[in-house]
Write a protein that binds this ligand. Structure first.
Ligand code: FAD
Length: 285
């Protein structure tokens, strides 16, 4: 039978790992999805985290990961695409694999990406963030790939290999673009259509396509979970218990606002985990 996780924690930074270890300490089974390199690893020295002065960001992340492994937290390297609430559960697209869980904690850090006009409107109707999940829907059709993340050329190659006619849009042509893929320099300014996507606007050009794969290193919060309330600054809105506008979906760390600091992210992770555990126990008030 398909496994139903107690909680899927999206993001393996300080907030996500703090949430995961606190869920474990409450006897819950979380799965952490981590899309890859963590920003904190870029910090040369972190001097403002209580009790651990002078560590590099990378050393600090290693300590956090050791703690998570010690508590048997399961961590998978995968990017969460869209997250859909479905009754008492959530379906989470983890790099093409659909996982089921009873609750979600978002801890994706700050997304520098803003959505473009039409992107959220046409999500699931021509806009996709995952080539392996949705590629087969566009076999034999013209599609655009907007390559913003490091894996985008590979995803474009996959789409071409299954028979999609791929137009690769980026500011700079990747060295490794597969044969048969058309390169178009620029950026997607808007996605337009009627019931489904009909074209993307790239500068003055309207490129007719049945679908567009927007492949960023991180997915903007509003696009990750359609219908999620955001603040004016683009952070995810949450109450003091880190509950978002969607029951069973919590948020922690940089994703829910300032200060953008490790200590706050770790504290948020704790609060989100405790609220989530209460929710799972059916005692949320
Ligand atoms: C150069 C630098 C120096 C810094 N120095 C300090 C300092 O000295 N002191 C301090 O307190 N703070 C410092 N910070 C800030 C600190 O790193 C952040 O506040 C902290 O990492 C936030 O933790 P987080 O878990 O919320 O997000 P992040 O650490 O950003 O972690 C989010 C994780 O989620 C992953 N992710 C994103 N989207 C998805 C998805 N869709 N699916 C799966 N995974 C996803 C990302 O890959 C990332 O690993 C520094 C940051 C930088 C960049």
């Amino acid at each position: 039978m398909e496994k139903v996780w107690d909680c899927i924690v999206v993001g393996g930074g300080p907030a996500g790992l703090s949430a995961a270890i606190n869920l474990r300490q409450r006897g819950k089974q979380p799965l952490v999805l981590s899309a890859g390199e963590n920003l904190l690893r870029k910090a040369e020295q972190v001097d403002n985290y209580l009790g651990l002065p002078g560590l590099t960001g990378s050393e600090m992340m290693d300590q956090f990961l050791r703690h998570a492994h010690h508590l048997s937290v399961e961590i998978r390297t995968a990017q969460a695409g869209n997250i859909m609430p479905l009754g008492d559960t959530f379906l989470v697209n983890a790099g093409g694999e659909i996982l089921t869980c009873r609750s979600v904690i978002l801890a994706c850090g700050v997304s520098k990406a803003k959505t473009v006009p039409g992107e959220e409107e046409f999500l699931g109707r021509g806009v996709s963030y995952c080539a392996t999940c949705d590629g087969m829907l566009y076999r034999g059709q013209e599609i655009a790939v907007w390559g913003l993340g490091p894996d985008a050329p590979d995803e474009a190659a996959f789409l071409a290999s299954i028979g999609c006619h791929v137009h690769y849009i980026a500011q700079k042509k990747p060295e490794s673009l597969a044969d048969g893929i058309e390169f178009l320099q620029g950026r997607v300014d808007a996605v337009e259509g009627a019931q489904t996507v009909e074209h993307v606007n790239v500068g003055d050009q309207k490129l007719p396509v049945a679908g567009v794969f927007i492949l960023r290193a991180s997915v903007p919060a509003g696009a990750l979970v359609p219908g999620l309330s955001l603040t004016e600054e683009g952070f995810v809105s949450a109450d003091s218990k880190k509950q978002t506008s969607i029951p069973g979906l919590f948020v922690a760390g940089d994703m829910c606002g300032k200060p953008l600091q490790v200590a706050k992210a770790v504290g948020d992770g704790l609060v989100a985990a405790l609220s989530c555990a209460e929710y799972l126990d059916g005692t949320a008030q």
